[in-house]
Design a protein around this ligand. Structure first.
Ligand SMILES: N[C@@H]1[C@@H](O)[C@H](O)[C@@H](COP(=O)(O)O)O[C@@H]1O
Length: 242
């Protein structure tokens, strides 16, 4: 595991974008696993800059997002479809047919999960999986549980996750209570995992995830078993990692 701590958001964003841009420069047909939430916004901004400066083209790239809320219309401003369009897709030359996000409005969510897993399998291995970290140690929307699920599945969001994500909605009652998420098995199969964590409120959980026991109570702790894990932290999140 390679843990890097940055003293400014700019440097962290640049480092994250360099990894993504560098990968696509060496492998223009790279398969990327993408994340949402507040954490990767600045990295996407920097990737867009790289694209605008002519450093990288996404024409041959395929992307798979980690998750999507169940029942939120695709064009709702807080859907992960909207998020990805807003922060990344509409600014780059990634063909729409190569950008995949689970459909949280599928009539048959189980079938949608199987379809999503087949698409990922058809694309081969995910070269780089971007991850943020939930306050309860979740990755994607894989919440702490007695057992974790390997593939894409429907998940009931933890109370803590509803509270954390209420900041994006008018009230906690508007936060969808379920999501579709890639499973930890798929996440761990990625060639490289890039975990990004920011903020003092994540210092304890990132420390627990990366140095504590490997347990399904903290899904991110499974990342300790991954042979190519890169962790980018700001100083606040890295406070306990010295
Ligand atoms: N499903 C997402 C995760 O993919 C994200 O990494 C995490 C942290 O979010 P944030 O970056 O906003 O703190 O929780 C969200 O609910």
């Amino acid at each position: 595991m390679n843990v890097l701590t940055f003293d400014s958001n700019e440097k962290l964003n640049e480092a994250g974008a360099n990894i993504i841009t560098g990968l696509i420069q060496t492998n223009p047909r790279a398969v990327l696993g993408l994340a949402t939430g507040g954490t990767p916004v600045g990295v996407y901004e920097q990737v867009v800059n790289d694209h605008k400066r002519g450093l990288v083209s996404f024409r041959g790239v395929t992307t798979f997002n980690l998750d999507e809320y169940v029942g939120l219309p695709i064009d709702h401003p807080e859907s992960y479809h909207s998020y990805m369009n807003h922060h990344l897709f509409r600014h780059i030359d990634l063909p729409a047919a190569q950008a995949h996000i689970p459909n949280g409005n599928a009539e048959d969510p189980e079938a949608e999960c199987r379809r999503y897993d087949e698409l990922i399998a058809d694309a081969g291995q995910i070269d780089l999986q971007l991850l943020g970290l939930g306050h309860n140690g979740h990755i994607g929307f894989n919440e702490p549980a007695h057992a974790l699920i390997r593939g894409t599945h429907v998940v009931d969001l933890a109370e803590e996750t509803l509270k954390a994500n209420a900041r994006f909605f008018n009230s906690i009652d508007e936060v969808p209570r379920q999501a579709l998420t890639m499973g930890v098995g798929t996440i761990l199969k990625a060639k490289t995992i890039l975990l990004i964590v920011r903020g003092a409120d994540k210092a304890e959980i990132v420390h627990r995830a990366l140095t504590g026991p490997i347990t399904t109570d903290c899904p991110a702790s499974l990342l300790q078993t991954h042979p190519h894990l890169v962790v980018l932290l700001d100083q606040e999140a890295g406070r306990l990692m010295a």
